[in-house]
Design a protein around this ligand. Structure first.
Ligand code: ADP
Ligand code: MG
Length: 486
């Protein structure tokens, strides 16, 4: 264990490489399906397998998805796109090379804003986003020496998002990944599922003495299949590298693999036995030119981004930053809320319903908002019932809302009527009740008039009791005050 004091001498530096599998129907260069989870080797044409005489053809949808991500991250979009061959031998790579982009990524530069737990905002600079095809999958069965290969994934379109060495803690890396996941889901270009491998992350980690201008030697860590494991791997490397330096040992530039069971990393290969990939331009594909017209049509088809909705919720709806953050966390919730706000003008109440009762219900039932039994119109009606003083929030949330969850047939108004829950906010029907209460408590009325103003609460309690909880407190207070002055 190294002490906090020693740890504090060093600055942690992290750069991430995030692979995101694109949600196209077919592969990057072939018409085979690219769906996840089908029986092994059922989505493999001769093109995917790289048989002699076959030719790749670019999937235009995949290009558009990459450009969308580039626009969302403020990247510069490359107009003349050339693909390259990266040559290496591996059993899950049927062609013996991977088509990727080496020197000319489709998106250059760019940035991703993140928000940290202490409220700090940071812009993470991107180096690039490039396109490539995925490899197949090697499967190692327990107790067997053979390796099985599933080529279904081979040729699936990927974008690789590469940051500058700009992240300074595991927390920042976590926040960056969460932001990327949110973005690809809003853009509908990737399902963001880390467990299924549609979002994968390699972490480059180094440390340098604080104040130093020169980065230390980095290691690259692979095989983390959750955000939490990325954090754990970074923390592990953080400690391991500092310990090496403190012992006067050298950091080896290498690729390491993370073991989730132990929380430790171990060396896979060092840079010395690094492959020479012999990159060269893919001769079987002509360049893909992104015209102004095409780029503009992609810009015009961009879905709304989380930061745009966040801004709208804060600036137009006057909501606290915290609410806007919660509401834009998932696209489905954000859009549901946005529509709700076309039906009610009490935005804060709408937000409270989502952050409170609705969130609890969805969590308990493990449902997404699209499965929520209450329609947007009904919730808006419930909010307006409260705002009009016809029911209290307590009655609405404890009596009406549970009925609405049980049956989507009845409107909140009908439920309130059926259960006799509508408040008496009508002065003329409430007045006899108030008068009766005062008549029944003549002695207390006299005390009140001689200065014991604290008795108001007691009168109010009596009115509530007599009206069976339906008296609108505001109207009852007004009537009591008036009648007690006489
Ligand atoms: P390589 O030549 O090993 O591929 P690159 O310069 O292409 O390295 O960077 C790959 C990734 O490593 C990028 O995400 C980058 O931000 C990150 N990176 C580069 N240098 C460092 C460093 N010293 N510490 C941490 N991450 C780094
Ligand atoms: Mg590199």
């Amino acid at each position: 264990m190294i002490s906090e004091e020693i740890k504090n001498k060093y600055q942690l530096v992290i750069g991430l490489e995030v692979h995101s599998q694109l949600l196209t129907n077919s592969k990057m260069f072939a018409s085979d399906g690219s769906e996840y989870g089908n029986s092994p080797n059922t989505q493999i044409s001769v093109i995917t397998l790289g048989h002699p005489g076959t030719l790749p053809k670019v999937n235009i949808k995949a290009i558009e998805f990459a450009i969308k991500m580039g626009i969302a991250c403020d990247c510069e979009i490359t107009r003349l796109n050339i693909f390259d061959r990266k040559n290496y031998f591996y059993p899950d790579l049927p062609k013996g090379y991977q088509i990727t982009q080496d020197k000319g990524p489709i998106c250059v530069g760019g940035k991703v804003p993140i928000k940290l737990a202490d409220g700090r905002n940071k812009e993470v600079q991107l180096n690039r986003i490039h396109m490539e095809e995925d490899a197949g999958k090697s499967i190692h069965l327990n107790d067997e020496t053979d390796t099985l290969v599933d080529f279904n994934r081979a040729g699936t379109p990927l974008i690789e998002i590469v940051t500058e060495p700009d992240l300074r803690s595991a927390e920042e890396a976590y926040a960056f990944l969460a932001e990327i996941k949110k973005l690809v889901k809003y853009l509908d270009i990737c399902d963001g599922n880390m467990e299924e491998g549609s979002l994968r992350c390699d972490a480059n980690v180094s440390v340098m003495l604080k104040g130093s201008k020169e980065y230390g030697k980095k290691v690259e860590v692979k095989n983390m299949n959750s955000f939490r494991n990325v954090s754990r791997a970074i923390e592990h490397e953080h400690n391991r590298i500092i310990k090496l330096l403190e012992e006067g040992k050298e950091v080896v530039s290498e690729t390491r693999t993370f073991d989730a069971a132990t929380g430790k990393t171990s060396s896979m290969r060092t840079k010395e036995d690094l492959n020479d990939y012999r990159y060269f331009p893919e001769p079987d594909l002509s360049p893909v030119v992104v015209s102004d017209e095409w780029l503009n049509s992609i810009k015009n088809s961009m879905p709304v981004l989380p930061r745009e909705l966040h801004k709208k919720f804060v600036e137009e709806f006057g909501l606290p930053d915290y609410d806007a953050g919660f509401l834009t966390e998932s696209k489905e919730i954000a859009l549901w809320f946005n529509e709700l706000c076309t039906k009610t003008k009490n935005f804060k109440s709408a937000s409270n319903w989502l952050m409170g009762p609705i969130k609890s219900y969805l969590n308990e039932q493990n449902l997404s908002i699209s499965d929520f039994p209450i329609s947007i119109d009904s919730l808006a009606e419930l909010i307006s019932l409260i705002d009009a003083g016809k029911v209290s929030f307590t009655v609405a949330s404890q009596k009406i809302y549970p009925e609405m969850l049980k049956s989507s047939e009845d409107s909140p108004n009908k439920i309130a009527q059926k259960l006799n829950l509508l408040q008496e906010s009508n002065e003329s029907s409430l007045k006899p009740i108030v008068e009766a209460v005062l008549a029944d408590n003549a002695a207390k009325v006299a005390e009140y008039k001689s200065g014991k103003k604290g008795l108001m609460g007691m009168f109010m309690g009596q009115v509530m009791k007599k009206s069976q909880g339906k008296a609108d407190p505001k109207v009852a207070t007004k009537l009591l005050t008036e009648l007690l002055q006489n």
